[in-house]
Ligand binder design. Structure first.
Ligand code: FE2
Length: 287
């Protein structure tokens, strides 16, 4: 039986990818950030997950204003790195896990979660930057990935409550897959940042740290947090944090923190990172 063993929360700032690809990880500006992921790289090498369900948002790369799926599940065999204007990042092609992905699609939809199925998709920095932070620069990624894209770019994004419920449905889907797989769930995006307007560059450390605390101390409180809270206190792009609630829901009850790291600044954002061990219980009911 497949199982979700752990969750990883991680910002996906594009400038981090540019720093890695440009050989700047040892520069004074970037070194403290990458140091914070050294433990995580060792940890994930020991955990050796078979599959990562990677929750992220597409930044008008694979999708556009012509087509805006709220939740989109990648069922392809591979996902090439996207060209975001400067050519594709020099990272390996992401290998999918179509058997599990199609099982998840079936389970979610029969569980009344009407997800969009995507058989062809290039993946942008939202997915590849967390991969680089956790795995470095291998010639091939050591894990298969099921991309799960969430719309947090164009209003209206899904509520945190809905994201959490999706996570619970994902856990049920994985638990009913008849193959012995070690599966991780990652939530990416955030933390506080705003890219435009008079508040551009907004960083709210207290808000970010309180969010990291609440993931284990009071997870259900996060499901009630309205979008305006994120936007008001964490900046307009801070709303990306709702994607971490998909991860949280998938970890079941009693998830516990194994590691965290918080760093300011990376470009004009705060970087947050957490590793959570899954709880024991998978929610039995719908949502
Ligand atoms: Fe993003």
């Amino acid at each position: 039986m497949a199982r979700i063993s752990a969750g990883v929360g991680c910002s996906h700032v594009p400038a981090i990818g540019a720093a890695i690809d440009g050989g700047k990880v040892s520069d004074a500006y970037w070194a403290p950030l990458f140091k914070g992921f050294e433990h995580s790289k060792r940890w994930i090498a020991e955990e050796a997950p078979d599959v990562v369900i990677l929750v992220y948002n597409d930044h008008a790369t694979a999708f556009s204003l012509e087509m805006i799926p709220t939740f989109a599940l990648g069922t392809a065999e591979r996902f090439p790195p996207a060209d975001e204007g400067w050519g594709p990042r020099p990272v390996p092609v992401v290998e999918g896990a179509p058997d599990l992905a199609w099982h998840i699609a079936q389970s979610l939809i029969l569980d009344e979660f009407d997800i969009t199925i995507v058989n062809r998709m290039d993946v942008d920095h939202g997915l590849t930057v967390p991969m680089s932070l956790m795995f470095g620069q291998p010639s091939a990624w050591p894990v298969k990935v099921i991309p799960l894209a969430v719309n947090v770019v164009q209003y209206p994004p899904p509520t945190g409550h809905r994201c959490f419920a999706l996570g619970r449905a994902l856990a049920r889907a994985v638990a009913s897959f008849d193959e012995d797989l070690n599966v991780q769930i990652w939530g990416t995006g955030g933390m506080s940042h705003q890219l435009q307007g008079p508040r551009a560059g907004l960083i709210n450390r207290d808000y970010d740290v309180a969010f990291l605390d609440a993931l284990t101390a009071d997870p259900l409180s996060l499901t009630q947090r309205p979008h305006l809270d994120y936007i008001r206190y964490a900046g307009s792009e801070g709303v990306e944090l709702v994607m971490w609630l998909v991860m949280l829901g998938a970890l079941g009850e009693g998830a516990r923190e194994l590691y965290r790291f918080y760093h300011v600044p990376a470009s004009n954002t705060a970087v947050g990172h957490i590793i959570l061990r899954a709880g024991d219980k998978v929610s039995p009911g719908t949502s």
